[in-house]
Design a protein around this ligand. Sequence first.
Ligand code: FAD
Length: 377
Amino acid sequence: MKFAYRDDQLLVRDTIRAFVRSRIVPNADRWNEAGKFPMELLPELAALGLTGLAVPQEYGGAGLDAVTIAMLMEEFGAGDGSIGLTIAAHNSLCIGHLLIAASDEQKERWLPPLARGEYLGCWALTEPASGSDALNAQSRGRRDGDGYVIDGTKQFITNASVAGFAVVMAGAGERKLTAFGVMRGTPGFAAGKPEEKMGLHASDTAPLLLQGCRVPERDRIGRDGEAFDDVKKVLDRGRIGIGALAIGLGRASLEVAIRYAKERTQFGRAIAEFQMIQWKLARARTELDAARLLVHRAAALADAGRPFTDAASKAKLFASQAGTRAADASLQVLGGYGYLRDFPVERHLRDVRLMEIGEGTSEVQRIVIARDLLRAS
Ligand SMILES: Cc1cc2nc3c(=O)[nH]c(=O)nc-3n(C[C@H](O)[C@H](O)[C@H](O)COP(=O)(O)OP(=O)(O)OC[C@H]3O[C@@H](n4cnc5c(N)ncnc54)[C@H](O)[C@@H]3O)c2cc1C
């Protein structure tokens, strides 16, 4: 896969980098203190095409390729993991599922308002009793007359209480899932109380409660009981974005550590002169660069229409751990000041930790990679 970036990719990245520096970074602490997604930001994200990243232009989106999207997600990670995760759930998961599995008629109905940022989307797979084992869903989408009735609880759903539209996976019995598009306001569809998390405080996470929620047949996405195949494809792409977010978060913390190490003096010299500090900085930078290569390789394979499941899992596994290690090492470089909220590094560390859990834990990524290895050899 080639890694000479096109001029248009670099231009988009630089535009978003400038936006993140001027609009996201200065407000990140305030938004995270407030503990909810800043809805006033949505029109600005939409104006920059960030609410329809991969949506084809015919549906009003930016029509960007996967490598460019990975570059943008890294920039958002470097600005505020919460805003990055909000964009990722809207684009990679909710819209991603529609791009993969929705009919042309559904795409015409649902994609333009999502791409215009009229409202956010969310994607609901996880349940209280089914996380890694998503096929163990206890929810049910039962046929009823000319449609379906959905009952159940979806757990940990990013954007659940701020979204206007949800892609909901409901159990269809015998370890099967059916996907539905559900608009906010549909009777029997409500978000529960937002969760209080370790980090990512400006990203909404809440349960979705479905009680006798009636959905017409035309809002079923894909075939009855066959949604898991689409779910796997959605997660393959989503994992590239999560890896990119982790790189951005690690990069941002490392930038703080490098500046700090040059300024802070102990024993009569800048701590940057100590070899043990240099070792931490060098390792973090090397791992983040390696992670970026893995993430962009997976994205380039996706853009080339080639298989990329195991490449996406390797990228997500390595990048999320490299991001966490970089943030942790950066915090250590700042000593006691790293532990204070005066510097953003403690937020980076709390935020990046989720990337080892969401969209498949590190353990699940290893299962995917090992399965591919054992099948191939
Ligand atoms: C902030 C946040 C946002 C999220 N956003 C969304 C969202 O938008 N939509 C959505 O659907 N979900 C979302 N999730 C859910 C997330 O994808 C799950 O938390 C994740 O998949 C793990 O599921 P679980 O938490 O139930 O853990 P479990 O599956 O119960 O796992 C517990 C532990 O057991 C390990 N484990 C499980 N199975 C195996 C195995 N076979 N071998 C070895 N180890 C194993 C896991 O790796 C983990 O360490 C979100 C979660 C969080 C915290």
